[in-house]
Design a protein around this ligand. Structure first.
Ligand SMILES: O=C(O)CCC(=O)C(=O)O
Length: 270
C-alpha cells in the first residue's frame, strides 16, 4: 500500500481501489450473472434489512443469489475464482490482515435496482468486537473481518448502495440508533461512489450499511470477507476435493482453515 493509501485507510476505514478489474473481466463476471439471473431473488420481507427505518425502507428486498459463485460449473466460476486471491488485492490484505490472510466467508452478490431497500448501519469501534476490529500496534494496523467488495456496475454519487461513517472504526462512543437507521442526519453518513471494475475495501469495524438504490441501472457488487489467518468469524467449511483440485496454489492457500504457524504467503503484485 502506498503512503497515501495507508493514511486514507487509517483515517476513514475504507479505500476505493480503482481499475482493479479490466473491462473484459467485469464483462465476463456480468455475463455469468446474466445467465444465472433467474436464480437471483429479492430477499424475503421477513428478513428485511431496513430495520423499520422510514429512510431505508423500499418496495422490495435487495437481490441475492444463494448458490456458491466459486463452485459454479467451469468456466462460469472463473471470474469469481480470479477475485479470490487477486494479485491486485493481495498486497492490501497482507498489510491490513497480515500475511496468511484467509477467506472467511463469501463471495456474496448484493444486487439492487430502483425500489430495493437499504440496510441499517452496523459495526463501529464501540463496542469492541475481537473478531471485527481495527487497532494500531507496533507501528502498523491490524484488522479483523475485512471486506473486498468488487463493483461490476458503476455506483455514481447519489445512487445509494454502500454507505458508511468514515472514521467510525475508531469511534469511542456507540453509534446512536437513529443515526444507524439514517433517520437523523448529522451529516456523517457518506454514500461511497465507485466505478465498475473498482473494489471497495473496508473493515467490518467501520459503521456501515446500505442506502436504498436510486441509480438508473442495477447495482452489482460481489463481496468477499477475509480474516487474519488464525481467526474465523464464520465457519471454516470443508471444501470438496474436486473443487480444491481445480484451484491455483494462491486460491487454495486463501481457503486454508484458521491456524497460526507457517501459513502460505500470497504476494500479489504491489
Ligand atoms: O455493500 C453493502 O451495501 C453493505 C454490505 C454490508 O453491510 C456488509 O458487508 O456487512
Amino acid at each position: 500500500m502506498t503512503e497515501h493509501e495507508l493514511y486514507l485507510f487509517d483515517l476513514r476505514g475504507y479505500l476505493v481501489v480503482e481499475n482493479a478489474l479490466t473491462p473484459s473481466e467485469v464483462a465476463a463476471a456480468n455475463a455469468v450473472l446474466d445467465r444465472l439471473w433467474g436464480d437471483v431473488k429479492p430477499r424475503d420481507r421477513e428478513h428485511a434489512l431496513s430495520g423499520g427505518s422510514a429512510v431505508l425502507r423500499g418496495e422490495k428486498g435487495r437481490l441475492e443469489f444463494h448458490g456458491n459463485l466459486l463452485e459454479l460449473n467451469p468456466p462460469d466460476c472463473d471470474p469469481f475464482r480470479d477475485m479470490l486471491a487477486h494479485p491486485v488485492i493481495a498486497p492490501y490484505l497482507n498489510e491490513m490482515l497480515g500475511t496468511g490472510f484467509r477467506l472467511d466467508h463469501g463471495p456474496g452478490l448484493i444486487a439492487m435496482e430502483q425500489g430495493c431497500e437499504g440496510h441499517v448501519l452496523h459495526g463501529g469501534g464501540e463496542p469492541y468486537d475481537p473478531s471485527q476490529f481495527y487497532v494500531m500496534k507496533n507501528g502498523r494496523m491490524y484488522n479483523g473481518l475485512t471486506v473486498v467488495s468488487w463493483q461490476l456496475t458503476d455506483v455514481l454519487p447519489g445512487d445509494g448502495g454502500f454507505c458508511c461513517i468514515p472514521g467510525s472504526h475508531k469511534a469511542n462512543y456507540r453509534c446512536p440508533q437513529d443515526i444507524k437507521t439514517v433517520e437523523t442526519d448529522l451529516g456523517c453518513v457518506m454514500q461511497i461512489a465507485a466505478r465498475a471494475g473498482s473494489t471497495v475495501i473496508f473493515t467490518e469495524a467501520l459503521t456501515h450499511g446500505t442506502l436504498p438504490w436510486k441509480g438508473k441501472g442495477q447495482r452489482r457488487s460481489i463481496l468477499f470477507k477475509y480474516s487474519p489467518g488464525f481467526i474465523a468469524w464464520g465457519g471454516a467449511p470443508k471444501r470438496p476435493e474436486v473443487f480444491l483440485s481445480q484451484l491455483t496454489p494462491d486460491q487454495k492457500a486463501v481457503l486454508e482453515p484458521p491456524y497460526r504457524p507457517n501459513r502460505p504467503v500470497i504476494m500479489g503484485k504491489a
